[in-house]
Design a protein around this ligand. Structure first.
Ligand SMILES: [Zn+2]
Length: 224
């Protein structure tokens, strides 16, 4: 899943409109933020096996820390608690704690049975990735619906808020299309660095776009 994870972050704007889209991106992507560094450290393992599932050439051999349900729930709880400690907004903190769990659930739907319940525990997965058309259809529908939700919860402060929002969504779609159509990555290091840098870029862009938007409830009648 790629767009699906961002979709949960966009949709969460409805429940936590005062929390930056960047923070919501970070929560929804938390497992994939941690994963590249654990790959580079040799703690977790992936192989490049074209055809492993129809959708991706990646075979996720072992990722007990970044992608087990129990460790993800713990990471989410820590993330939510840290946010609550700083901002004292209980619902927002709860949303931030649950977004990483939502990441696990989406990966559980898409991966073949390689998603551990806990480190060393049983591995589950429903294998949506065995069908390319089904994967793309579901991800695009989730993404489109979530953009609608985010737009209903926030409005732009200025033209950067409007065009930046559209530009970020378009950028995510372009990267998704590139991922789907490009040949298998050359090496595991290339996967890790692309993941580490890519998620950081999306995060920075989301923080920037969010600064130019505001919750609809906060809007004064004259602003647009
Ligand atoms: Zn993931």
């Amino acid at each position: 899943m790629f767009l699906g994870h961002f979709a949960t972050a966009y949709a969460a704007k409805k429940l936590a409109p005062r929390t930056s889209l960047g923070t919501l991106f970070a929560a929804a992507q938390l497992p994939d933020f941690v994963w590249p560094w654990l790959l580079l450290a040799g703690v977790e393992h992936v192989s490049i096996v074209p055809g492993d599932t129809a959708f991706t050439p990646l075979r996720f051999d072992s990722y007990p820390i970044s992608h087990s349900l129990v460790t993800i729930a713990a990471m989410g709880a820590a993330f939510g608690a840290a946010h609550f400690w700083r901002k004292r907004r209980a619902l927002d903190a709860l949303v931030l704690a649950l977004l990483p769990v939502g990441h696990w659930v989406l990966d559980f739907f898409s991966h073949r049975p390689d998603m551990p319940l806990w480190p060393g525990g049983p591995r589950l997965g429903l294998g949506l990735w065995n069908s390319v058309p089904a994967t793309i259809t579901i991800e695009l529908l989730l993404f489109a619906a979530s953009l609608g939700v985010a737009l209903s919860a926030t409005q732009s402060r200025d033209r950067f808020g409007r065009w930046g929002f559209a530009g970020l969504a378009a950028f995510l779609l372009v990267i998704y299309a590139a991922n789907v159509t490009s040949p298998p990555p050359p090496s595991v290091d290339a996967i890790a660095w692309a993941g580490a840098i890519g998620s950081l870029v999306f995060l920075v862009l989301a923080v920037w776009v969010d600064r130019h938007r505001q919750p609809k409830a906060d809007a004064s009648p004259v602003s647009s």
